[in-house]
Design a protein around this ligand. Structure first.
Ligand SMILES: Nc1ncnc2c1ncn2[C@@H]1O[C@H](COP(=O)(O)OP(=O)(O)OP(=O)(O)O)[C@@H](O)[C@H]1O
Length: 537
C-alpha cells in the first residue's frame, strides 16, 4: 500500500522490523480480526505507550462505523464495542479523510477536529488514528488510545503508519472469511432446500433399511469407503444403486468433494468421449468452446458411472486408460490432464456374461470390479418394505403440502407381499400414487397397487410365484389373504425356515407354534415354498 501522506524521511519499517515481523506473523496465522487484534495489542506495548488497540469497520453503504476488534496493550478498562450511525454527509467526510491517508493525533478531541465516527463513545485519553484501506477503498480505522499520564509523540504516529498495512490485511482476511462463510451457508441452505423438495432431508438420512435388509450392504460400504478402491454396485433397476454409491462417497475422505452421476446409457454414443473426457475448442463440429468432461469436474471427488455396461467399446478403452494412469486427454487435446477421481460404477446387467461374449472389455471389468457390492432386489428384503413405505409416505405428504401420512397395518400387509419388479423406485411411485388417490389425507394403497403396472421386469433369481388367495377381483385384498402373503414373504426371506434366530417366526416376531397354526389356518403351503426356495438358491 502506498502511503504518500505518512511522515517521510523516517524508516519506521526498519527501526521496528522485528515488531512488524511478529505482527505480520499474527496476521497470517489468524483469519478473524478480533483474534488478530487481541494477540497483536500486547506486542505493541513494547514500543508504544498505548492502552488499547481498536479496529472499527466502515460500512459506507449502510452508513455505519462499528468496533469489530479490540485488544488490550496494557490491562485496563475498555469502551464497549460501539456502533455509530453516520449521515451520508458525515460518511462522505470520513471516506474523504481515509483517502487522504492521514494519521491523526487527537490530543485535543474537539468534535469538529475529528473525522466523524472514528471514535467510539467513551474513549478517553489521547488517540492515534489511521485509515485501513482495502483494494476497493476505505474499509476501516485503526485506533490506539493512551490514558494520562501516557502520551503519544510524533514517532508513535510514524509507527502507527507502518502498522496500517498489516491491520488492513487482517481486516480484509476477516471480510473474505465472512463472505465465504455466508456463501457456504447459502449453498448449504440451497442444498437442504433442494433435498427437501426432492423429499430427502439429508442423503445419509435417507438410507432406509441400513439396519435390516441392507445391513450387509452397508457393512461392505463401511469397509470399502475409506479406501480409494473402485466399487461396482450390482443390482436391479430401481433397487437403490445410486443411494449406495452416494453412501460410499459420503463415508469416504472425498466426502467434501463433488459426487457426480453420469448415466452412461443416456449419452448418445458419438458424444460419450467428449462428455466423459471433455474436448478442446474446435475439436469437432459443435465444439464451439473448450469443455471440461465429467472426469475433470469430479476431480477430488467421486464419479458414479451408472449403467457402465452401456459404454461403447471406444469409451471403454479410454476409461481403462484413465483408471490405469490417472490421466486423460480431452477430445482434440494434445496434453494429458491429471485427475484424482474415485470411480463407483453400477449396472443392472450381468457384466460378467457381457465380458464372456465380448461386449465388455475384460481388462476394464477387472479394473472396476475390484470391490463388487450386490444390492438385493426389494423382494428379497421384505423387512425393509414397511419402513420404506413410511419414508415415502412422509415424503409424499411433504410434496403435497399435507399433514404427515403413514401406512396402516393393512397397507403394510399388502405392500410386503407384492413382488416389486421395479424395486424401491416402484414402491416410491406406488406410495405417491396412493397419497394422490387419497387426496393427501390418507393412503389408498390397495387402489394404487391395483392400477395397471408396467410389464414386469425379468424375474430375478428370488422372484417366487407367491400364491394369491382369491377375493381381490376389485383390486382390494382381504385381510386374511394379505396375512397369508406376508407370512409367505417371511418364509421366502427365511429360506423356508420357520424356527430359529433367522426363521420366519423370529422375523414376524411371533412364536413358531402360533406361526404354524396360522399357516394351517390360512392355507400357506409351506412345503411348496420350501421346494421353490430351494430350487431358487
Ligand atoms: N434404501 C433406500 N432408502 C431410501 N430411498 C431409497 C433406498 N433405495 C432406493 N431409494 C430411492 O429409490 C429411488 C431409486 O433408487 P436409485 O436411483 O438409487 O436406484 P438405481 O438402482 O440407481 O436405479 P437405476 O438402475 O434406474 O439407475 C430413488 O428415489 C432413491 O432415493
Amino acid at each position: 500500500m502506498d502511503n504518500p501522506s505518512y511522515p517521510t524521511g523516517t524508516r519506521p519499517v526498519e527501526r521496528h522490523a522485528t515488531l512488524l515481523l511478529e505482527i505480520w506473523r499474527e496476521v497470517c496465522r489468524h483469519l478473524q480480526i478480533p483474534e488478530s487484534v487481541e494477540l497483536i495489542a500486547p506486542l505493541l506495548a513494547r514500543r508504544l505507550p498505548a492502552d488499547l488497540a481498536l479496529v472499527r469497520r466502515i460500512d459506507a453503504a449502510g452508513g455505519v462505523v462499528e468496533t469489530v476488534a479490540l485488544g488490550h496493550c496494557r490491562p485496563g478498562p475498555a469502551p464497549s464495542r460501539a456502533r455509530s450511525e453516520l449521515t451520508p454527509e458525515a460518511m462522505q467526510r470520513l471516506i474523504a479523510w481515509c483517502h487522504r491517508r492521514q494519521v491523526l493525533r487527537l490530543a485535543d478531541r474537539s468534535a469538529t477536529a475529528e473525522p466523524p465516527g472514528i471514535l467510539p463513545e467513551g474513549t478517553d485519553g489521547e488517540v492515534l488514528a489511521g485509515p485501513l484501506l482495502a483494494a476497493d477503498g476505505p474499509a476501516g480505522v485503526l485506533l490506539l488510545t493512551a490514558r494520562p499520564p501516557r502520551q503519544f509523540r510524533d514517532e508513535h504516529a510514524e509507527l502507527l503508519a507502518a502498522l496500517l498495512d498489516p491491520f488492513a490485511v487482517a481486516l480484509d482476511n476477516d471480510r473474505r472469511l465472512r463472505e465465504l462463510t455466508s456463501l457456504r451457508e447459502a449453498v448449504e441452505a440451497e442444498n437442504r432446500s433442494l433435498l427437501t423438495k426432492l423429499g430427502r432431508l439429508d442423503i445419509s438420512d435417507s438410507i432406509v433399511g441400513a439396519e435390516t435388509g441392507l445391513r450387509e450392504v452397508m457393512e461392505q460400504v463401511a469397509r470399502v469407503a475409506p479406501s480409494d478402491a473402485p466399487v461396482l454396485v450390482l443390482g436391479e433397476t430401481g433397487s437403490g444403486k445410486e443411494v449406495v454409491a452416494r453412501a460410499v462417497h459420503t463415508r469416504s475422505r472425498r466426502a467434501r468433494g463433488p459426487f457426480l452421476r453420469i448415466n452412461c446409457g443416456a449419452i448418445p454414443p458419438e458424444l460419450v468421449d467428449s462428455e466423459l473426457f471433455g474436448h478442446e475448442k474446435g475439436s469437432f463440429t459443435g465444439a464451439v468452446a473448450e469443455r471440461k468432461g465429467w472426469f475433470e469436474r469430479a476431480d477430488t471427488g467421486t464419479l458414479f458411472l451408472d449403467e457402465v455396461g452401456e459404454l461403447p467399446p471406444a469409451a471403454q478403452v479410454r476409461l481403462l486408460r484413465v483408471l490405469q494412469d490417472g490421466q486423460l486427454e480431452r477430445v482434440g487435446g494434445e496434453r494429458p490432464v491429471s485427475v484424482d477421481v474415485r470411480i463407483v460404477a453400477a449396472t443392472h446387467r450381468d457384466l460378467e456374461a457381457m465380458v464372456g461374449d465380448g461386449r465388455f472389455r475384460q481388462d476394464l471389468w477387472y479394473r472396476i470390479a475390484v470391490f463388487p457390492i450386490r444390492l438385493p432386489p426389494l423382494r428379497e428384503r421384505p423387512a425393509d418394505v414397511p419402513a420404506l413405505a413410511a419414508h415415502f409416505a412422509l415424503r409424499s405428504s411433504r410434496r403435497l403440502g399435507m399433514p404427515p401420512l403413514a401406512p396402516t397395518a393393512e397397507d403394510v400387509g399388502l405392500l410386503v407381499t407384492y413382488p416389486w419388479p421395479g424395486n424401491v423406485r416402484e414402491l416410491a411411485a406406488v406410495i405417491e400414487r396412493a397419497a394422490i388417490l387419497g387426496d393427501g389425507e390418507r393412503l389408498e394403497v390397495a387402489l394404487a397397487l391395483g392400477t395397471p403396472r408396467p410389464p414386469a421386469a425379468a424375474p430375478g433369481p428370488m422372484a417366487l410365484p407367491l400364491s394369491r388367495p382369491g377375493g381381490e377381483e376389485d383390486g382390494f385384498v382381504p385381510l386374511e389373504a394379505a396375512m397369508a402373503r406376508h407370512i409367505e414373504a417371511a418364509l421366502v426371506r427365511a429360506r423356508g425356515r420357520v424356527e430359529g434366530r433367522r426363521g420366519a417366526a423370529a422375523l414376524l416376531g411371533i412364536n413358531p407354534h402360533t406361526l404354524r397354526s396360522r399357516m394351517r389356518k390360512l392355507g400357506v403351503d409351506w412345503k411348496r415354498l420350501r421346494r421353490e426356495v430351494g430350487a431358487a438358491e
